[in-house]
Design a protein around this ligand. Structure first.
Ligand SMILES: C[S@@+](CC[C@H](N)C(=O)[O-])C[C@H]1O[C@@H](n2cnc3c(N)ncnc32)[C@H](O)[C@@H]1O
Length: 439
């Protein structure tokens, strides 16, 4: 079965596509450092590095050459989400209000060349992955009118295709990470059309649920995934490394280490209590919406014990000899739970100050080795190496992971599509709890 992959990055999603039985004929990615990692891991794919707006004709030509008159089966595209990511919405709103950014981010318009190519290649299945916000994101189409992205996709493909966009929770497919994504599938294949007409969805039922109900397994937890690796501590260069590849963490200075050391599991260092007198009733940190609807952290949270006056082990900064509480949210300097899936891994996964990044018990962030497991990469044959033999930086690794979905979750979806395509899955076997939401 043939596929092409757009916005390929290091090809983590492509691991699922390949494992489901597809030959990825052509890939496109703008950034050489990411694409070089893909090329090392997918040496048979014809990799075109460059801006999709500029190489769209080349991608079409090279794909057609390789298809040699046979229909393309799968068109897989994951246009970037910075323009619509939930994490950046507050900042984005501010920037738009201040006139520093146009109201309609050009990065959201990458769906235009994407759908142009899909229409030229007429694949049997179109599979797109993006953040859930994509469902509500309007773009300016070629006529200058505003359309919702999902309506744009539907209109471009035309009535030959059926499908929809659905929000999927990846923990529901056995991934030890809560990560919601908008998965959009359209198809013109007769088996898939029949299936969609009867079921109204292309998504498989969850294999896992929070409590393991209705015949599903329980969500896979951080403990299930990383327990047993050597203990690390970010206080010194001797304790922050191990013999296990990529199982090492960045150091924390003594102040940060003190905040982290005193942070209980599932809590933020911003809520830490007094370690001098033991008072546990100091006001905890909070946040609320301002008059523009932007989430703001409280400025009232104390840094000094409300009983004995000692400094609390809470994140603080030195302002001319006086320490003030650091600006930040309750999700910053926060320990994850051992007994739940991790929160979504982001490109900031090695920064203690970012959201939910602290190890459940040890005084540190996750190691890259742990991140690989939580992202299910340990289930695939994948090397952090480049086709040009240059070193892959930790920064690139974090970016590639933070911008991709865990392949094992995607594979459940793609295996399901392949099963329907081949007529191997019966609809009666598909009864089960349904999905987070449907668009
Ligand atoms: C969401 S990430 C893709 C994740 C990838 N599919 C994976 O599974 O790892 C989006 C990618 O699109 C790339 N990109 C952004 N703008 C682009 C453009 N104009 N042309 C081609 N690639 C672009 C980014 O560099 C980024 O690597």
């Amino acid at each position: 079965m043939t596929a092409i992959s757009l916005f390929t990055s290091g090809g983590l999603g492509d691991l699922a596509i390949r494992a489901a039985g597809f030959d990825i004929l052509v890939s496109n990615e703008q950034l050489e450092d990411r694409h070089a990692v893909f090329k090392f891991n997918f040496p048979k794919t014809h990799a075109i590095t460059g801006d999709i707006w500029e190489v769209v004709d080349q991608v079409q030509r090279d794909a057609c050459e390789r298809l040699n008159g046979v229909d393309l089966k799968l068109f897989y595209a994951t246009p970037p989400c910075q323009g619509m990511s939930k994490n950046g919405q507050g900042k984005l709103l501010n920037a738009i209000r201040a006139g520093r950014k146009p109201p309609h981010d050009d990065r959201n318009r990458l769906i235009v060349p994407t759908m142009d190519l899909a229409c030229r290649l007429r694949p049997e299945i179109v599979l797109l992955e993006n953040v859930p916000q994509m469902a509500d994101t309007p773009i300016v189409d070629d006529d200058g009118s505003m359309v919702q992205i999902v309506d744009f996709i539907r209109t471009q493909l035309g009535s030959e295709y059926v499908g929809r966009a659905e929000v999927v929770e990846f923990a529901d497919y056995g991934v030890p990470q809560c990560r919601q994504r908008l998965i959009t599938v359209f198809s013109r294949n007769p088996n898939l059309i029949d299936w969609f007409t009867d079921c109204g969805t292309f998504m498989p039922p969850p294999t896992h649920t929070r409590d393991g109900q209705n015949g599903t397994a329980r969500w896979v937890t951080v403990r299930d995934t990383i327990e047993g690796l050597p203990c690390l501590d970010a206080r010194s260069s001797e304790t922050a490394v191990s013999n296990v590849p990529f199982h090492r963490v960045p150091l924390l200075d003594s102040m940060k280490h003190w905040w982290v050391k005193n942070t209980p599991q599932e809590h933020s260092a911003f809520d830490n209590q007094c370690v001098s007198c033991g008072f546990q009733g100091n006001q905890t940190h909070s946040a609320g919406r301002d008059r523009h609807g932007i989430n703001r952290a409280s400025r009232e949270t104390p840094l000094y014990c409300q009983k004995c006056g000692s400094m609390l082990p809470r994140p603080s900064v030195d302002r001319g000899g006086k320490r003030d509480l650091m600006r930040g949210y309750t999700s910053a300097y926060k320990r994850m739970s051992f007994d739940k899936p991790a929160s979504a891994l982001t490109r900031n996964l090695s920064y203690a100050c970012s959201d939910n990044k602290l190890h459940p018990e040890q005084n540190r962030v996750l190691s890259l080795c742990e991140a690989f497991r939580i992202h299910t990469l340990d289930q695939y044959d994948y090397e952090w190496q480049r086709s040009d033999n240059k070193r892959v930086s930790d920064k690139t690794i974090r970016e590639v992971i933070g911008e991709s979905i865990p392949p094992a979750g995607l594979q459940v979806i793609v295996d399901h599509l392949v099963g329907i395509y081949r007529g191997e899955i019966s609809q009666t076997a598909m009864v089960g709890p349904l999905f987070a939401s449907q668009v």
